[in-house]
Design a protein around this ligand. Structure first.
Ligand SMILES: *Cc1c(COP(=O)(O)O)cnc(C)c1O
Length: 376
């Protein structure tokens, strides 16, 4: 059996090696390293895939979030609501811009931002909500969009973990995650569902005015050459990464199908276990693209399980071990521990098993047998 990896980037590369190598070489030969034709081509293909008017490529997913917030014209002290249970990048950019992060609890089953908790913290200073489609599963967007509309708030979707997932509205309409709010952002970090061979990110919007603002902001606040109308940043997707992503985008649906198949196999092997809860999927099968396969360990020694797996050469991860409201950088006297009952509990329960596009059934059998053996 092949060595089990948390994410098998090498195995994935082997299957597209010739195409990728040729394209990377072409890019280098052209010496058009910055904003070469590959960036435009990838941007256009991604717009088509997502069925969105504007994709603005940038340097990474954190920049994408920061620039999205910069484009909204918020003022210091304005509040932005996001989940207490996510990667720190989501909250980091809020603080960095002098805005006030308001963290809220998540749903114990989907791990996504809890809509009732959002409603409770909306106040006169609230300007935006950043739902994160965590671990590959779309958040409760219909309710979030309705709340935002009622309270005149922006919605910026952090789609770094869920590119390719679909949200189905109650009337049956389907849309890609990242295209539901005012702005969507994503990351092409190598281990993400659409990963580059280095850093990369993108911002999506259907709003022509926001798109125009964002295009200048990623380019030093420049709308006319050497004329700087606003304070911007330098954030670009480089040509080599764009060339690689343009190839990998053709495989995104196949990659996400492989993840769904692996999740289904895991679910079957671990079903009805007294100490394990397999990932809960709220919507139809397209609503979850399994960036992570995350179990909850109930009345059991989660940390012991991590050690047991590692001893058997099975990698695993704890995403995330500390809720953001308890992180030194983001803690605030406004946060009351009672408001974070779910996040404080699940950080001690969650464990993510290997999940990628190259997982073999035999590997999943070995992983799940090893998990079950731990509980005896
Ligand atoms: C990965 C990730 C980011 C940041 O992406 P980078 O490209 O690493 O900057 C932001 N939010 C979430 C939820 C992520 O998983």
């Amino acid at each position: 059996m092949k060595k089990i990896e948390m994410v098998d980037l090498k195995g994935q590369y082997e299957n597209i090696k010739e195409q990728v190598n040729q394209s990377v070489l072409e890019t280098i030969e052209s010496t058009m390293f910055i904003n070469g034709p590959w960036v435009k081509s990838f941007k256009e293909h991604l717009e088509k895939y997502l069925e969105i008017k504007h994709v603005i490529p940038c340097a990474n997913g954190t920049d994408a979030l920061q620039i999205a917030l910069m484009s909204l014209g918020l003022k210091p002290g304005d509040e932005v609501i996001t989940a207490d249970f996510t990667f720190a990048a989501t909250v980091e950019v809020i603080s960095l811009l002098g805005l006030t992060p308001v963290l809220v609890d998540v749903d114990p089953e989907t791990f996504n931002i809890d809509v009732t908790s959002i409603e409770k913290v909306i106040g006169p200073k609230t300007k935006a909500i950043i739902p994160v489609h965590l671990f590959g599963q779309v958040a409760d967007m219909e309710q979030i969009l309705a709340l935002a509309k009622k309270n005149n708030l922006y919605v910026v979707e952090d789609n770094a973990q869920s590119i390719g997932a679909d949200y189905t509205f109650s009337d049956g309409r389907k849309k890609k995650t990242g295209t539901l709010g005012h702005i969507g952002t994503t990351s092409f970090f190598p281990s993400k569902n659409l990963g580059a061979y280095g850093d990369g990110g993108a911002i999506f919007t259907n709003d022509d005015k926001l798109a125009h603002t964002i295009r200048g902001m990623v380019n030093h606040g420049m709308y006319i050459r050497y004329q700087h109308d606003v304070v911007g940043v330098n954030s670009r997707l480089d040509s080599i990464q764009a060339a690689i992503l343009d190839i990998k985008l053709n495989y995104l649906d196949i990659y996400n199908e492989s993840r769904k198949a692996a999740a289904l196999k895991y679910n079957q092997c671990l079903a009805n276990h007294p100490h394990l809860i397999t990932p809960f999927r709220k919507g139809d099968r397209d609503s979850h693209v399994y960036h992570q396969y995350t179990l909850k360990v109930i009345d059991g020694d989660r940390d012991g399980l991590v050690k047991h797996l590692n001893k058997n050469n099975i990698p695993c991860g704890i995403y995330y071990p500390i809720p953001l409201h308890l992180q030194k950088a983001y803690t605030s006297e406004n946060f009351k521990s009672d408001d974070f009952k779910v996040t404080t509990e699940i950080v001690n329960q969650v464990i993510s098993l290997p999940m990628h596009t190259e997982l073999a059934d035999r590997q999943i059998d070995f992983i799940t047998d090893t998990v079950k053996a731990f509980f005896g």
